[in-house]
Design a protein around this ligand. Sequence first.
Ligand SMILES: Cc1ncc(COP(=O)(O)O)c(C=O)c1O
Length: 335
Amino acid sequence: MHYTIDQIRLALKKCHRLSLADLPTPLEDVPKLSEALGGPRILVKREDQTGLAFGGNKVREFEYSVAPAVSEGYDVLLHGAASQSNQSRLTAAVAAKLGLKMVMVGRKDEHSNDMNGNLFLTHLFGADVHLVESAEERSEVEKKLEADGHKVYNTSYDGYYLRSVAYVDGFIELWEQLQEQNVVPDALYVCSGVHTHVGLVVGAKALGVDLRIVGISPSPQDNAKKNMQLAEVANEVCKILSLDIHFTADDFESYGEYAGEDYGVLTRESRESVLLAARTEGLLLDPVYSGKTFAAMIEHIRKGKYTKDQTVLFVHTGGTPALFAYADELLNKTE
Ligand SMILES: Cc1ncc(COP(=O)(O)O)c(C=O)c1O
């Protein structure tokens, strides 16, 4: 079943929403990049420009996913992932804005420099930062918070499906911009573990838009299994929005191999795309997410998947503060 933009907007209105992001984000042409690649027209949807604290896709996601923390009286926002996590930075910024306490329980890893990149910013927002080496240490911090009487909202797991709901909204915004500019892209590339990809695919299918949406994972994974997992999340999103649509693994196209050796490890191709975007357009990508995704798109262009008269859309999900933590690797590594 297909829906109109107004019908989907009405369905989205059923969800509580905070106002955190500068929306709509710009949709821009990057002609010098297209020229440098000798490939299709490239448009960039600037989700790195969502405004708050250097922006990124999490600001849009949190408008929906953190809303229950406010309405249900939580007093702590918690997040833990890599030490240079964008989500930790934005959890800290949002906690500051909402007057809540932020606790980061991140991983001690090779980019754990307190004075650099996202980790520095997380400190700057006043977060209580714990960098741990084991699951036991992590659960000790969490148990202590509960024992001290805090109501803890984990921005990774709580409001999980609402993060994808946010990108149904994001797809509508994008689709209206494309219609205004009279452009129908031939493919869309996005970096996503789950939520941005799922939300865009649900938005497209709900509107009846036949668009190739390519999800690039920041971690190497089993693609077939991943597509099934994405379909399950999409079906939960449809339940929340009362959309009569069903998803299977075939509705998703995703790749884990562009992540390289591991999450957070710079690849030669990601480095090349970060430098190319910076030096042709003054456009900042990041080494861990958008750089790897842009590199995947470059590889597909170089393999001749798109002709010069086609249009490819790149959704820039942000992550640029990590550039500083990877400065040495970005500038010193030999090609
Ligand atoms: C810059 C950036 N891009 C993409 C992602 C993936 O986000 P999601 O899995 O919520 O779509 C993240 C967060 O993990 C991120 O920080």
